[in-house]
Every structure is written in C-alpha cells, then in structure tokens.
Design a protein around this ligand. Sequence first.
Ligand SMILES: NC(=O)c1ccc[n+]([C@@H]2O[C@H](COP(=O)([O-])OP(=O)(O)OC[C@H]3O[C@@H](n4cnc5c(N)ncnc54)[C@H](OP(=O)(O)O)[C@@H]3O)[C@@H](O)[C@H]2O)c1
Length: 372
Amino acid sequence: MPVQNAAVLPTPRARLEVIAADIPQPAADEILVRVHAVAINPVDWVIQGTSRVTYRWLRTPAVLGSDVAGEVVAVGSGVTRFRVGQRVFGLATGTDRGRDPRREGAFQEYTVLLERLAAPTPDALSDEEAAVFPLGVSTAACALFQPGHLGLRMPIDGTPTGNGGVVVVWGGSTSVGMNAVQLARAAGYDVVSTASPRNAATVRSLGADTVVDYSSASAVDDLVSAIGGRPVVGAVALGAGSTDACIDVLRRTGGSRLAMASTPVSLADLVGRRRLFPAMLPVFGRIGLTTARSTLRARRAGIRAGFVWGSSLRDDEVGPGLWGGVIPRALADGNLRPMPEPLVVGEGLADIQGALDRQRAGVSASKLVVRV
Ligand SMILES: NC(=O)c1ccc[n+]([C@@H]2O[C@H](COP(=O)([O-])OP(=O)(O)OC[C@H]3O[C@@H](n4cnc5c(N)ncnc54)[C@H](OP(=O)(O)O)[C@@H]3O)[C@@H](O)[C@H]2O)c1
C-alpha cells in the first residue's frame, strides 16, 4: 500500500506526532485528496485533550482535523461531481462516531472526503482561503437550516427563499458566526449580531445590520432595541455565555428557536492541565448544571433549544444542499467570502501541534491555517 506522512494523535492527551501511514483508497462516494492546506478548529484541541470523556468512541492513533483544501487525486466509482486534478475543499468527518479517523482525518498528506461534503475551489480562492470554510460553514448551516434547529429554507440557485424576519447570531466574529451571518443573509433574512468593537465593522460587512459588543452589560437590551418590531425567526448561540443571552433576546422579541453550538464553560483550561482526572469533575459538573438550567429557562419561555453538531449534515439533506448547491453558488455570486481571514501559521504537518496550541490560547477573527 502506498505510504504518506500523517500527523497522528498517538494516545489521548499526547502531542501530535508525524509518522508514515497508509494512503487511504476512496470508497464509491468518496474522493481522495492531496491536502495542500488545513485549518484549525477549537474541537481539534478539545478532542486531543479530552477525548477520553468527550469523544469516547475515538480509537488512537487517530488523525484529527476537519478543514481540508487540496487537489483530487482519485475518485470513487460513484463520484460524478469531481475529476482528478480538480482543486477542492471539504469537511473531513473522521473523528465522528462510526467513522474512521485514520482514513478521514484532515491532518495528513492524503485524506478521503465524502463527495457530498466537498465543493470545487474557485480559481479566485487560494487553498489557504478555501480551508477556512468547512467546519465553520457546515456548523452554521446545521444551525440555520436543519429542521431540528432554526429550520430555515436554504437559498435555491442563489435566490433567497426566506420570507424575511431576523436571525440573531451571538458570536458573529467566530468562524461559525461569520458563516452564519453570510448564510442567513443569502437565505433572505436580516441579521443582528455581536462582536468585540474591533470586529464590528467586519461582521457588518458580512451582512449584519447591527453588531453590539457581547461583553457590554447592555448587549441584550441593545439587540432587542435594534430588532425593533421585526419578527425573529431564531438565534444561533456561539461563545461562553451566549445561550442565556440569546434566551433573553428571544423571550423579549417573541422568537422561539435557539441553536446552541458552544459548551457553556470553555474547556481550554482543562485541556492544559497535566491530568484530566480529577480536574474535569467540577468543569463537567458546571457544564451539566448550566445546560440543565438554561434548557429549563428556554422551555419555560416556549423556546425550542438544541445543541448543534456541525458534521451532522453528513446524514441529511443539508449536507448535499449546502456543499453541492449553496456554497458554489454563493461563492460565485459574492454572497460568501472566506471568513475569518486565514492566518498561515505553519508549513508542514509538524507545525500543526503549534497551531492547535495557538488556537487554544485564543484567536480574534482569524482562522489559523497550516500549509501541508
Ligand atoms: N457544536 C459544534 O459542532 C461546533 C462546531 C464548531 C464550533 N463550535 C463551537 O462554536 C464556538 C465558536 O467556534 P469557532 O471555531 O467559530 O470560534 P473561533 O473562530 O475560535 O472564535 C474566536 C472568536 O470568538 C469570539 N468570542 C470569544 N468569546 C466570546 C463570547 N463569550 N461570546 C461571543 N464571542 C466570543 C472572539 O470574538 P472577538 O475577537 O470579536 O472578541 C473571537 O474572534 C466555539 O465554542 C466552538 O467550540 C461548535
């Protein structure tokens, strides 16, 4: 079997190591991609540091990573949308339950992607720009379009299908948030959002008509007054503290759907601890209690609240609709820009561990990218 290099997680909580690994072969509905750029997501260091508790199904050694851009080098027998030599970007879902993290992880020279979770890279985009999209845009689409979340209709052939109303995106300067703002606008909705003042203009440029500072004591009041009398179709909650704030906004504006994407307590400190046990006990206790309390508050207010799983679109209509229709069209029409802007922090698989550490330390409106 042909051999490549892969950055693997050898055991839970270990540092990534670059080793020789088999090049996977594409199944009928997959493409084999020579990876040119990968982007880093918070979930990568969360899995590295806490998989024993949070991703208990994950077997090591495992290849982590969701965001891939590169070139098609082989196609499965049933693939119709791609050909060898084409530039492509897509969502790798190897760390999900039931998937194979050796075949389908981003952090290696060659990986397989499902045809339905990939799109051609337009000539105008670099691989580094294309790599910022996959998990951010997929999670945003799950929140906005899955029937169990906001249940909005996807734009078809570039035509907005929404019948107006406001989408609240709390955390508009996150990767997921920047994509959510753009997709909600493309679908025909007004957007109000939050960000630090330094990122407010950027989030506005993506289509939010109002951007308030999420750390301000008046953030909820400011959003409610900006919404005015407009109907609210739902809220996407991103970042610590976002769930309760969104419940407050929805209660006061009559909105009834909330998509939550973040744990109420960041796992960043826990991941940095030398030992996971027993440090995890109070953290997970707080997460459980806070979630139960927020869910109860939402229910009492008549708000349907649910947690988003950003790769769950693999198994429903949102995946092919997003990757096969909405993304190519919105890129062509200029309704979707690669945001947050890529910040290249490494060249080669050996630099991915440093990029994970840097993501965990915190980023502001930038997507860390490593060229492979
Ligand atoms: N459930 C899923 O499937 C899924 C998938 C992807 C991501 N997520 C979660 O979604 C969240 C965003 O992930 P990401 O990759 O998009 O983030 P990211 O790009 O790493 O987010 C960085 C941004 O977060 C903003 N931020 C920090 N604290 C905030 C707060 N309390 N409220 C609102 N914004 C805050 C900062 O904005 P400023 O610089 O403007 O201050 C910063 O620009 C994370 O919690 C992540 O774990 C979940």
